[in-house]
Design a protein around this ligand. Structure first.
Ligand SMILES: NC(=O)c1ccc[n+]([C@@H]2O[C@H](COP(=O)([O-])OP(=O)(O)OC[C@H]3O[C@@H](n4cnc5c(N)ncnc54)[C@H](O)[C@@H]3O)[C@@H](O)[C@H]2O)c1
Length: 325
């Protein structure tokens, strides 16, 4: 397939580029390298451009003859989205609208979208099902939900256009072959931050909230290995190719670990007893957030291979120690 991947030089996008590249697909990547890295691109042709550059994007679509678009490019830091909402709506919603407009114009059939658990907000029992109420509590989640709505409405009006929105939970770990991983310096992800602390790249870690109604008082999250997530994209594309119906699908393992559990596992695996500062709760953190992902498994045949916290941490730690970019 000829596939355009936006944001393919970023953390998750680069793992999907590798997975699709290995299968022999013809890949074009568009990325402005704002948080991505040229060295992360292991397959295909990288075009450095911003999604808001209309003439460049028109060129890319008019010559690419793409059968599918996988759309990762976006801004992803929740507190930043609260401080700069318009920048988030621009990059996550308005730029997605532009990409979808070009997809329609150039008759792209299939579209995979990077959505997020943040579309659910604070679900009562902490378990997110695809049809649970969507009540984002920050502009980041809202900007993604608005894009999901545009996708739903476009697919309804245009029978040639099909999509899967994958709602990712807590993405973590790195390529088991050690070639790519997460390198963006301000990353806020727990396992990444803990591995930075274990390798001396930060002096300590902050732990927000120890009085949640969970087993040890800290927040519980569903950590999914980035290579399993990459495979979910491959499967979602195959599903659409076979004529599968457009929809949003959760992407997690369906069980969670608390912040304290993750930190102590990182300390155990790395043998480094880094400093942890216990702070009050941050506004807007739900106590628990795990995915009900059976729909993804049933519909696409996705079979996770790395559902093991130790494996996730080891791959993230190896990456942090040796990373080439
Ligand atoms: N990392 C997570 O835990 C997580 C969870 C849920 C959803 N997501 C979604 O997955 C997607 C990828 O996230 P990631 O963790 O790989 O982040 P990332 O920042 O590593 O990747 C984003 C990529 O998009 C590029 N980009 C951003 N804006 C662009 C623009 N206007 N034009 C061209 N390129 C642009 C960046 O340079 C980068 O390479 C995002 O849409 C994010 O919202 C991530």
């Amino acid at each position: 397939m000829r596939i355009l991947i936006t944001g393919g030089a970023g953390y998750i996008g680069s793992h999907v580029v590798k997975a699709l590249g290995k299968l022999g697909h013809e890949i074009t990547i568009v990325d402005n390298l704002s948080t991505g890295f040229q060295k992360a691109v292991t397959f295909g042709k990288l075009i450095v451009a911003d999604l808001s550059d209309r003439s460049k994007m028109e060129d890319i679509f008019s010559t690419g003859n793409f059968e599918a678009v996988v759309h990762f490019a976006g801004s992803i830091v929740v507190p930043e989205s609260v401080a700069e909402p318009l920048r988030y709506y621009q990059n996550n919603t308005i730029n997605s609208h532009s990409v979808m407009t070009l997809c329609e114009k150039y008759r792209v059939k299939n579209f995979i979208f990077s959505s997020t658990a943040a579309v659910y907000g604070m679900p009562g029992d902490g378990v997110c099902r695809e049809d649970s109420e969507k009540k984002p509590i920050n502009p980041y989640g809202q900007s993604k939900l608005m894009t999901e709505h545009m996708l739903r409405d476009l697919a309804f009006s245009n029978k040639n256009f099909h999509y899967v929105a994958l709602r990712y939970f807590n993405v973590s770990g790195a390529d088991p072959e050690g070639q790519i991983g997460q390198s963006f310096p301000k990353a806020t992800h727990l396992i990444k931050a803990a591995c930075e602390a274990a390798t001396g790249k930060r002096t300590h870690m902050d732990l927000f909230g120890t009085d949640y109604p969970t087993k040890d008082g800290t927040c519980v999250r569903d950590y999914i290995h980035v290579s399993d997530l990459a495979e979910a994209h491959v499967k979602a594309l195959e599903y659409l190719e076979k004529g599968g119906e457009s929809q949003a699908l959760n992407c997690g393992y369906g069980h969670g670990f608390s912040v304290k559990e993750v930190i102590s596992r990182v300390k155990e695996i790395t043998g480094v007893n880094f400093k942890v500062n216990e702070l009050p709760r941050r506004p807007g953190d739900p106590a628990s957030l795990t995915a009900e992902s059976s729909r993804l498994i049933q519909l696409t045949g996705w079979k996770p291979k790395f559902d093991d916290l130790n494996l996730i941490i080891k791959s993230a730690y190896e990456w942090e120690k040796n990373r080439p970019y």
